[in-house]
Design a protein around this ligand. Structure first.
Ligand SMILES: Nc1ncnc2c1ncn2[C@@H]1O[C@H](COP(=O)(O)OP(=O)(O)OP(=O)(O)O)[C@@H](O)[C@H]1O
Ligand SMILES: [Mg+2]
Length: 243
């Protein structure tokens, strides 16, 4: 069973479907992703990459078609159940880090667990472990505005990992980073798929990142234009991020 499957996925924004004001952002997308895959999604601006990621992650609902996560059709879940699946099974990393400014880093990272009703001691313990994974233990008590862009993005990744999700979805997580930090973030995500068999789906404009992924999906005008396996399985970049 594929860990994630999209069938005839469609997303239309605005107006009545097919009407003059409507935008067909995704058109009949079929996709199956296996456990432990590292997938890069590329394509021009407006081609539907973020829309696809949002639907796969249950952040938005499709106009038609279905998303199956671990065999469960997300459309069969009400909003509460969907939110629970998002918190427990999916880690989402946004292009902008979206850390809450008034919370410390460790509080930010623990938030998905706290929201899920996990006791604060256990939540904090897990948050500190996730921060160690991304090499930020020494920044746990800092607020986001006291961190560099790369540190904030790694903090956002720690937050995405804290619930040990089966799937990590990352929308241009290196878009705002310099090349050194960008490389660290990518290496970290690759390690998740190679070492922990977590599934990573990453949107990127960077051809070298796409080339290093095990699989590249190219979007064009709301459709999948190409879907290639790249031979290397996500470990083309040597892992050098501190443990
Ligand atoms: N909320 C919305 N309302 C109306 N149209 C939208 C909305 N979100 C996205 N779109 C449209 O859907 C299409 C796909 O958008 P999407 O954000 O998925 O593109 P993208 O490939 O992620 O682009 P980028 O590389 O610029 O982030 C675009 O034409 C966009 O204008
Ligand atoms: Mg986008």
């Amino acid at each position: 069973m594929s860990i994630l499957r999209a069938e005839h996925l469609e997303k239309t924004f605005g107006g009545s479907s097919g009407g003059a004001a409507s935008v067909a952002a995704l058109k009949n997308v079929d996709l199956a992703v296996e456990r432990g895959e590292f997938v890069a999604i590329t394509g021009a601006s407006g081609s539907g990459k973020s829309t696809l990621l949002h639907l796969l992650g249950g952040i938005a609902r499709p106009t038609a078609g279905s998303v199956l996560l671990e065999g469960v059709d997300l459309a069969s879940l009400d909003d509460d159940a969907l939110a629970r699946v998002r918190r427990r099974r999916i880690g989402f990393v946004f292009q902008r880090y979206n850390l809450l400014p008034e919370l410390s880093l460790v509080e930010n990272v623990a938030l998905p667990l706290v929201l899920d009703g996990i006791a604060s001691g256990r939540s904090e313990e897990a948050a500190r472990a996730a921060l160690e994974t991304v090499g930020l233990s020494n920044r746990a008590e800092h607020r986001p505005d006291e961190l560099s862009g790369g540190e904030q993005q790694r903090g956002a990744i720690a937050r995405a990992l804290v619930a040990e999700p089966a799937i990590v979805l990352a929308d241009e997580p290196t878009g705002a980073l310099d090349s050194v930090n960008s490389r660290r973030v990518i290496e970290l995500l690759m390690r998740l798929s190679t070492d922990q068999q977590q599934t990573v789906i990453l949107v990127t404009h960077d051809p070298s990142i796409a080339a290093a992924a095990g699989r590249t999906i190219q979007m064009r005008d709301g459709r999948i234009e190409a879907d290639r396996r790249n031979g290397t399985v996500g470990n083309a970049v040597a892992p050098t991020v501190p443990p």
